[in-house]
Write a protein that binds this ligand. Sequence first.
Ligand code: MG
Length: 157
Amino acid sequence: MIRIGIGYDLHRLEVKRKFILAGIEIPYPKGEEGHSDGDVLAHAVCDALLGASALGDIGELFPPSSLKWKGADSMKLLQDVYSRVKQSGWKLVNLDCVIVCEKPKILPYREVIRQSLADVLEVTIERVFIKGKTSEGLGPIGKGKAIEVFAQCLLES
Ligand code: MG
């Protein structure tokens, strides 16, 4: 059997926060606000995997009301999510993501981010793709106030 899943997340961008995508820190004066480390890409991928396997959602599994997840490394959360997915008999076929932010440019970091996701999801890099898009200066994302990610995955059992 195969199943498709979709995940979405948005975080505000604030000063004195690290800009982190899939555990990779990108030099930039602002970063994602959040209860955890704010890794918006890791969060969207968690929700895509959880959606495809019908195992819940990230807010349910790791509630922001819990002090346990304050400053959490979101790639550890993704590792936890993927082990639940595997325990349910699923494995990843492929993952595709769109990262929307005005700055910084994602392309120079694309391969290292893909590899970081592939490592946690135990697949080769060609099964994982990401691309950066801008919002053409429009709305809160275009003004550099936020970043959003759309993630889509296919699982097979
Ligand atoms: Mg989030």
